[in-house]
Design a binder for this molecule. Structure first.
Ligand code: NAD
Ligand code: UD1
Length: 312
């Protein structure tokens, strides 16, 4: 496991910064390319070099790729619900970013690209069964379309560009360090709403299921995908355990000692009803597993400490 120079696009973000920290702990030289649109400089681990720039910018990419052997491509617009109104921007950043990266590879030292895809590429699983990588893809959101298109470009162009590649389909990633916006993950939204004394909104009946996977486990699987022998072009990153959104709300309310109240809003047509990973393939391929349970008390404690002073 010799140290390498690696690039993390989106490395100032929620998942990317945890990945950057694990790569630094492994001894790698870490370059981060991030436009700081949602990422933050303070999240970077010590020793990581930040290039502030857009992943679609060829000159920024060229500078960031100098001497790099492995690229972890996480820079993206990450909102499923936000990708309806912003479908054109979503496409520009998510697919455009992947294409710009691929176009910048010739002449570089890159031998592997690890891509942060999403469960949003899948068709719904009407019976709520766990989805394996062979489950049909039929994205419901522009975001899912951009992620699936990126996977396909990587599959088609990777071999022609002489790079190994793998697309990791992350399921719902939770943990401290996600920035609070109306579009972020549901656990972050619910914790902050209840801490502020606001009533959270439940889309649909709350019986939709999600596979909540801890951010450091996602980072660990991503790190492993950058170093392990690769045989699979696509791997799920999830725990195999489903939780309903209502049960999530109840767990958070319980951790806060408040009632699990919620306002109801219509279900969102761009969202899957059920989304639970079958993690068999990644556990075998990368030797990961032992996924952390969904334990919301530490997330509540984190937000109690880190809320802006005017909201405490
Ligand atoms: P995030 O918003 O915290 O991270 C994205 C990072 O990319 C940010 O730091 C942002 O500043 C940066 N970025 C955005 N546009 C950019 C651009 N044009 N040029 C350079 N940098 C840019 O979100 P995250 O949750 O850490 O997501 C990381 C990756 O994982 C994304 O590709 C996302 O689609 C994917 N993913 C996330 C989840 C999840 O549940 N959080 C699940 C599935 C897939
Ligand atoms: C999240 C990620 C996305 C990723 C996907 C993969 C973010 C912003 N989005 O999307 O990048 O590709 O996981 O797993 O991190 N809900 C409510 N009320 C709310 C917010 C959400 O009821 O206020 C419900 C939603 O309707 C949905 C569930 O909670 O059923 C999960 O929503 P969310 O955490 O936003 O995740 P995804 O949309 O699945």
């Amino acid at each position: 496991m010799s140290p390498r120079r690696v690039l993390v696009t989106g490395g100032a973000g929620f998942i990317g910064s945890r990945l950057a920290a694990q790569l630094r702990a492994r001894g790698d030289e870490v370059v981060v390319l991030d436009d700081l649109s949602t990422g933050r400089r303070e999240k970077l681990p010590e020793g990581a070099r930040l290039i502030v720039g857009d992943v679609r910018d060829g000159a920024a990419l060229e500078a960031a790729l100098e001497g790099v052997e492995v690229v972890f491509h996480l820079a993206a617009r990450v909102s499923i619900r936000g990708s309806i109104e912003g479908f054109r921007d979503d496409h520009d950043v998510n697919l455009g970013g992947t294409l710009a990266l691929l176009a910048a590879l010739p002449g570089s030292a890159v031998r592997r690209v690890v891509y942060a895809s999403s469960m949003a590429v899948y068709a719904d699983s009407p019976d709520g069964a766990r989805v394996g990588e062979e489950h049909p893809t039929r994205p419901l959101s522009p975001y899912g379309v951009s992620k699936l298109a990126s996977e396909h470009y990587l599959r088609v162009m990777g071999p022609r560009l002489g790079v190994e590649h793998v697309s990791l389909r992350y399921f719902n990633t939770w943990g401290p360090g996600q920035e609070l916006t109306p579009y972020v993950g549901v656990a972050t939204i619910f914790v902050n709403a209840l801490l502020d004394g606001r009533t959270p909104t439940l889309f649909g009946d709350g019986a939709q299921t999600r596979d909540f996977v801890f951010v450091d486990d996602v980072a660990r699987a991503t790190l492993r995908a950058g170093e392990a022998p690769l045989g699979e072009p696509v791997l799920n990153v999830g725990t195999g355990r489903g939780t309903t959104v209502r049960a999530l709300l109840e767990q958070i309310a319980d951790a806060l000692g408040v009632p699990p109240r919620a306002e109801r809003a219509p279900a969102r047509p761009e969202e899957l009803r059920h989304s639970v990973a079958d993690p068999t393939r990644i556990e075998r391929a990368l030797g990961v597993g032992d996924w952390a349970p969904l334990d919301l008390a530490p997330l509540v404690a984190h937000w109690r400490e880190h809320r802006p002073p005017d909201r405490r």
